[in-house]
Ligand binder design. Structure first.
Ligand code: OOG
Ligand code: MG
Length: 254
């Protein structure tokens, strides 16, 4: 590992640990290098005892691409420490400037890697659930380039998974409402995720192979935000209601 990759990984890891924003990366990076920084920063977490539980997809909807000005699909690693139980709470002080977005989660029952068809991807799925992802860019003002955000583990921070539903639940065009204290913040549809969330799982298998991220039975994959993300503040009780799949939520504490 080059000295720069290790130093940048540590800088981003510290930024996440101590909830302290850092400037965007000054030196020009290639995408492969950005994923190497991501991997190196995650190794620091694994060294502290965190465990890989899956992968999150990013920029799989137009709403997200437009909001952040980035138009390539990316992925990040999820660990056990990022999981918040459904109905639980988060402390705002642990984050730099957290936002939340509605997602769909897949639970795998078999390994998934490389080029697969939608049918092959579906046959590796054990269950599907409504989910909320709490993203938190470690960069000042939530501003980044494609390589910046990849190095920053694609803004992964926390996530909540709702009730698991059967794998054969049709995910096509399910309506969803994300609300803060009962007041709708975003409306959308699962169709916003690449036309169908299963396409995001197919892309996840490809990116996982490309970046050597293991996806096995028990892995969780977040398909990507279906709407733009909304900023969180203390006192918010966030709920997601998704047609057919059910609801999940969490509270934000001071
Ligand atoms: C990057 C992460 C994108 C999604 O669902 O598209 C993402 C960001 O927006 O900070 O999680
Ligand atoms: Mg997301």
């Amino acid at each position: 590992m080059s000295r720069n990759i290790g130093a940048l990984a540590r800088q981003l890891d510290d930024a996440a640990r101590f909830a302290r924003a850092v400037p965007q990366i000054a030196e020009p990076l290639g995408l492969e290098e950005a994923y190497q920084i991501q991997a190196a920063s995650m190794d620091l977490r694994f060294g502290r005892g965190e465990r890989l539980v899956g992968l999150k997809m990013g920029f799989t909807s137009r709403a997200k691409m437009v909001q952040m000005g980035v138009s390539d699909m990316i992925c990040g690693r999820l660990t056990d420490m990022m999981m918040v139980e459904d109905g639980g709470s988060i402390r705002i002080g642990r984050y730099v400037h957290p936002r939340v977005e509605p997602e769909v989660a897949f639970l795998l029952k078999a390994p998934l890697s490389g080029p697969v068809t939608a049918l092959q991807a579906l046959s590796a799925v054990d269950a599907v659930a409504p989910a909320l992802e709490i993203i938190d860019s470690r960069y000042e003002n939530f501003k980044f380039s494609l390589t910046d955000v990849v190095a920053d583990n694609s803004s992964s921070s926390s996530f909540v998974v709702g009730p698991w539903n059967r794998a054969d639940t049709d995910l096509d065009n399910l309506g969803l409402i994300m609300a803060f204290n009962g007041k709708p913040q975003a409306y959308g549809s699962t169709a916003a995720i690449l036309g169908h969330p299963l396409r995001s799982l197919v892309a996840a298998a490809r990116l996982a192979a490309q970046h050597r991220i293991p996806l096995n039975a028990g892995s969780i994959i977040l398909a990507g935000g279906a709407t733009a993300a909304a900023a969180l503040s203390p006192g918010a009780h966030v709920t997601l209601e998704m047609e057919k799949l059910g609801r999940c939520g969490f509270s934000v504490e001071e």
